[in-house]
Design a protein around this ligand. Structure first.
Ligand code: BGC
Length: 373
């Protein structure tokens, strides 16, 4: 009897072993995305998985619910499962402890879209030119207000919003935008209503315009407060909004104010080319967005992972290694990692087709084709 049980056990174990071997064919890439309340990350996760599997890797995606403690657990689980590469869009610098663990295990880490600050335990970062994202936002406001033709005797009024101070990108977006807007503020044709940090280095003032966790409700609330406070006696002509999710929340607050009926909303920037914002731009509500083709970013990240795993020289089509002034995009505060940059594109009502042409709305294709074309 005992012999039969033993044989059965061996059979069972070998069946399990064969099964798990089959399941584990291919090197594991662990993909940790920060949140789902900003839609792009859901697309990023799906694109990364598709690209990784397309190259024969096993890929697992986890979303961190904007909670670094939760994301750290997810990353730890990737390490336990034997992941060889981690692709991490982090929430804040609290990720550094698990990145150090990965470093000790010899696991390569790629910071994805957002830098991993205060860490010297990784070498690669793939993102967009985030300073340029901000410049495009600033430029769209210059264009939308026709500021080059405006005069200080009839100034335009703007209010400023920034992204989450826990996200290194937020500083680059803001500084890029202000590098374009500050000259108009200096000459008096553009007046800031509410707090005005000239750059993000003015950290105390920056914190007053920042939006913790990129949460739409916080931005909406702050806009409501402005409308009832600093902006009560003026009509705003423009709003610097750092991304689409926040732009739509801010515009919602404006729409509830009788001073801003449809067609008279402030010229408002954005970023991410979210479908709902493309529709809003088409309607003439939001003014602009910045298209960052995240499908291309995901493809680039997997090419990078593949080259690292195969000890090949890094050569990523469509991405350039940040050098000179731009190299600071890769500054973690403890070292400068290799930052590979993709190019963002400014989108207004005139060129909404670039997202369609890129197949960016594939997951909602019918609505995209119907409403945007
Ligand atoms: C990304 C943006 C995004 C924001 C909020 C930033 O790090 O670069 O694309 O809108 O996070 O999720």
């Amino acid at each position: 009897m005992r012999k039969i049980v033993a044989i059965l056990m061996v059979l069972l174990l070998s069946a399990f072993f064969v099964g798990s071997c089959k399941k584990s064919g291919g090197t594991l890439i662990g993909i940790a995305m920060p949140e789902t309340h900003v839609l792009r990350w859901v697309k990023d996760g799906a694109s990364l998985q598709k690209e990784a599997e397309g190259k024969g890797y096993r890929a697992e995606v986890q979303y961190g619910s904007a909670d670094q403690v939760e994301q750290n657990k997810q990353i730890q689980s990737f390490l336990t499962q034997g992941a060889k590469v981690l692709i991490v869009g982090c929430i804040n610098e609290g990720v550094a402890s698990v990145i150090a663990e990965a470093g000790r295990d010899g696991v390569a880490v790629i910071a994805y879209d957002r830098i991993i600050s205060n860490s010297a335990d990784y070498d690669y970062y793939i993102t967009f030119n985030n300073f340029k994202v901000g410049q495009l936002q600033g430029q769209s406001i210059v264009n939308g207000l026709n500021l080059t033709a405006a005069s200080a005797s009839a100034p335009k009024y703007i209010t400023l919003f920034a992204g989450s101070p826990t996200d290194g990108n937020a500083f680059f977006f803001y500084d890029g935008a202000m590098s374009i807007l500050n000259p108009y503020i200096d000459s008096g044709v553009l007046k800031v209503i509410g707090p005005y940090p000239r750059t993000s280095d003015d950290r105390d003032t920056f914190m007053r315009i920042a939006t913790l966790g990129w949460e739409a409700d916080r931005a909406k609330q702050r806009m409501e407060n402005l409308l009832n406070g600093d902006a009560r006696n003026v009509t705003l002509n423009a709003i610097l909004a750092p991304n689409d999710t926040l732009a739509r929340a801010i515009l919602e607050a404006c729409r509830a104010d009788a001073k801003y009926p449809a067609g008279r909303l402030p010229i408002t920037s954005g970023q991410d080319a979210e479908y709902d914002s493309a529709e809003s731009i088409k309607r003439g509500d939001q003014y602009s967005t910045v298209f960052k083709d995240t499908a291309m970013l995901a493809q680039a990240a997997i090419i990078l992972a593949d080259q690292i795993l195969n000890n090949q020289p890094i050569n990523i089509p469509g991405a350039v290694l940040a050098t000179g002034d731009l190299a600071r995009i890769g500054d973690t505060g403890m070292k400068v990692v290799n930052a590979y940059l993709l190019d963002p594109i400014l989108v207004t009502r005139d060129n909404l087709n670039v997202m369609i042409d890129a197949g960016f709305y594939d997951d909602r294709l019918d609505r995209g084709i119907l409403l945007l074309n």
